[in-house]
Design a protein. Structure first.
Ligand SMILES: CC(=O)N[C@H](C=O)[C@@H](O)[C@H](O)[C@H](O)COP(=O)(O)O
Length: 226
């Protein structure tokens, strides 16, 4: 990894993602979201799909954590499910490729250890999106460059309140590779608290880049007791 592709310790990464069913779907919207994040002080962008990554790469000079949400029939994993998907994300301009690092079956029939090994051989930096402490330990052992708590609360066996800063803390106390706090961080105070719990950097998505979600938070708070 060269220096310009690295994300500063203590930094904020803004996840700029909108799926097809969301109002802001479209690479042009994600590119301007990334520009806004840069203006606000983001040190990196997390983005979904080769198309969005290409548009964001044109718009901002920041490291990009790329992924590709794809559904394969018969498989539960959806974050960059195959090695081929990871290579496509990297070729689109991502500096780091994020992928599902649970031990659930993968469409290309590979084990996670093999996936990480293949990507490392290709020189592709890997962020392991994990849901449990054990998954984090395994991903680090198999060579992931970063371990991120992205999937905590999103696998059937990891139901928990978010953000899961206890998991961040536990991982940082054990792992040699940087632990990233991601998932359900909804306030600046929670992001700061993630750093205080040892996170190397913090990824925030919905609370910054999903206006429909932000609006719903206001709406539901205003309904309480009325
Ligand atoms: C679970 C899953 O699919 N997470 C995705 C991973 O890329 C994104 O939808 C999230 O927005 C991202 O992880 C940031 O989290 P939050 O939006 O909670 O700040």
């Amino acid at each position: 990894m060269n220096m310009t592709s690295m994300i500063t310790k203590g930094g904020l990464v803004v996840s700029c993602q909108a799926l097809q069913h969301e109002p802001l779907y479209g690479s042009q919207h994600m590119a301007v979201m990334a520009k806004a994040a840069l203006e606000g002080g983001a040190q990196g962008i997390r983005a979904n799909s080769p198309e969005d990554i290409r548009a964001i790469r044109q718009a901002v000079d920041l490291p990009i954590i790329g992924l590709w949400k794809k559904d394969y029939e018969g498989f539960d994993i959806y974050i960059t499910p195959t090695v081929a998907d990871a290579v496509a994300v990297y070729q689109a301009g991502a500096n780091i490729v994020a992928l599902d690092a649970t031990s659930r079956p993968r469409p290309d029939g590979l084990e996670l250890s093999q996936v990480i090994q293949e990507l490392k051989q290709l020189g592709i930096p890997v962020m392991a999106d994990i849901s449990t402490y054990e998954e984090g330990v395994n991903a680090a052992k198999w060579g992931a460059d970063y371990v991120s708590t992205t999937l905590s609360g999103y696998t059937p066996y990891s139901k928990t309140a978010l953000p899961n800063l206890d998991l961040v803390k536990r991982l940082t106390q054990t792992l040699d590779v940087p632990t990233v706090a991601e998932g359900g961080i909804s306030t600046p105070q929670e992001a700061k608290s993630a750093l205080d719990n040892g996170a190397y950097f913090v990824v925030v998505g919905s609370a910054i880049t999903r206006p429909q979600w932000i609006t719903a938070q206001y709406f539901s708070a205003m309904q309480e007791g009325s």
